[in-house]
Ligand binder design. Structure first.
Ligand SMILES: O=C(O)C1=C[C@@H](OP(=O)(O)O)[C@@H](O)[C@H](O)C1
Ligand SMILES: C=C(OP(=O)(O)O)C(=O)O
Length: 409
């Protein structure tokens, strides 16, 4: 029997939360610190598992690295090691070995790298014979993962001839590419992004002292809880305007679901003020990590929705589309995937299970986005709740602090 938490909601929600630091920013800062031979420690580095695996890899004396379930660590480190003198082996969790990496590996090979697949062609684990890469002109598909593009961009200034990247097909998760470029610019490196082409000339990184922002994706679970409790008011410390994270768009998206955002010197104050829209529509191609939060929020608020742009959800920690359909059904919501990349709930209900136990599929976001369902049903069981440590290790403690009761079973 896996560990289970049974969650009971508070009557009212009025709390202040210190969110975890962004893992996306933390993992870029670690790679850029290594590339710039930085003497500066990173301020507010995340304490989550996805960042810890990258710290462990950099501190390791071995040439073999296990990055577990961390997509960013897998992709960024593969590119980093391909350009580093030595022989390296990089592996991950069972699921990581099912998440594609061939667009990155094939591009690195075209740029002069030597990389072999150790098990299944196209997937980790990998054996890398690292050396300074020649660079040049490459074509890469943008519709699988933006992490391949970010990984290549970060190592591009060190390539002998720089990099000319032509991105084919739709570009998913574009704000994460902007995040990469912004953090590279902080180190004095210039890139030129014009349409679907990105050019990086050979350049040297200047070390800087990175300060990691609190994680806006983690903030989305507090928006969800606030939207479900009338009169809720939550202060999220340290979040500000002009964030480098694309998921800061959560402020606009939740205004349609009845939550307002006030920016104050301490951070933001979010409030449940109104009912929300009749039907929620959004294309999540730029914010894939928010899709689960919105699917769950809309169901729990009884607001039908139609999402597009969620094709990449199938190759994340789990097939998130299938996981949402299965698990929300347990609480009586019948979601449909009418075509790939779309998810709809037209308001259709079925009889909820008497005491639903939500499976989390090794996916932190399944646990965090569905747990607030306890607010509408009175209680909810979450299986294998420790999965949250991938990005938000203190999630359950923060819930307790906010007045939730959590029984361990
Ligand atoms: O670059 C990043 O930090 C990330 C990019 C996104 O992945 P994809 O580009 O694979 O959609 C996102 O889902 C992931 O959580 C973090
Ligand atoms: C998709 C995610 O992570 P990654 O791809 O970095 O494993 C996520 O955190 O939602």
């Amino acid at each position: 029997m896996p560990l289970q938490y049974k969650i009971y909601p508070p009557d009212a929600l009025r709390t202040t939360v210190q969110l975890p630091a962004s893992k996306s920013m933390s993992n870029r800062a670690l790679i850029l610190n290594a590339l710039s031979l930085s003497p500066y420690p990173i301020r507010n580095l995340s304490d989550c598992e996805d960042t810890q695996v990258l710290i462990d890899a950099f501190n390791s004396k071995s040439n073999q690295f296990d990055i577990k379930a961390a997509g960013t660590a897998m992709r960024f480190l593969t590119a980093f090691l391909a350009g580093m003198e030595g022989e390296w082996i990089i592996k991950g969790s069972k699921r990581m070995h099912e998440r594609p990496i061939y667009p990155l590996v094939e591009t690195l090979i075209a740029l002069g790298a030597e990389i072999d697949y150790l098990e299944k062609e196209g997937y980790p684990p990998l054996k890398i014979k690292g050396k300074r890469l020649k660079g040049g002109e490459v074509y890469l598909s943008g519709n699988i993962s933006s992490q391949f593009i970010s990984a290549l961009l970060m190592i591009a200034p060190g390539m002998e001839n720089g990099l000319v990247m032509h991105i084919e097909n739709e570009i998913v998760s574009k704000p994460y590419i902007h995040l990469t470029i912004s953090m590279m610019e902080k180190c004095g490196v210039q890139t030129k992004w014009d349409g679907n082409d990105i050019v990086v000339k050979p350049q040297v990184y200047n070390p800087v002292e990175f300060v990691v922002e609190p994680d806006w994706t983690a903030a989305s679970y507090w928006y969800e809880m606030a939207s479900l409790i009338p009169g809720a008011e939550v202060t999220l410390k340290g979040l500000g305007r002009n964030s480098l994270q694309g998921d800061s768009n959560v402020t606009n998206l939740f205004s349609d679901l009845g939550v307002t955002t006030e920016f104050v010197p301490e951070g933001i104050i979010i409030r449940n003020t109104k009912k929300g829209t009749k039907k929620f529509f959004h294309d999540f191609v730029n914010e894939p990590d928010l899709a689960q939060t919105f699917a769950a929020t809309c169901c729990f608020k009884g607001i039908p929705f139609l999402f597009s742009g969620i094709q990449s959800l199938k190759i994340k920690e789990t097939d998130r589309v299938a996981a949402l359909i299965n698990e929300l059904k347990k609480s009586g919501y019948l979601l449909k995937e009418n075509e790939i990349g779309m998810l709809e709930w037209d308001g259709e209900r079925c009889l909820p299970e008497k005491e639903p136990a939500i499976d989390t599929y090794d996916d932190h976001r399944m646990a965090m986005s569905l747990a607030p369902g306890a607010i509408v049903s009175g209680s909810l069981i979450i299986n294998d709740p420790k999965v949250v440590s991938k990005s938000y290790p203190d999630f359950w403690n923060d819930l307790k602090q906010a007045g939730f009761t959590i029984e361990e079973r």
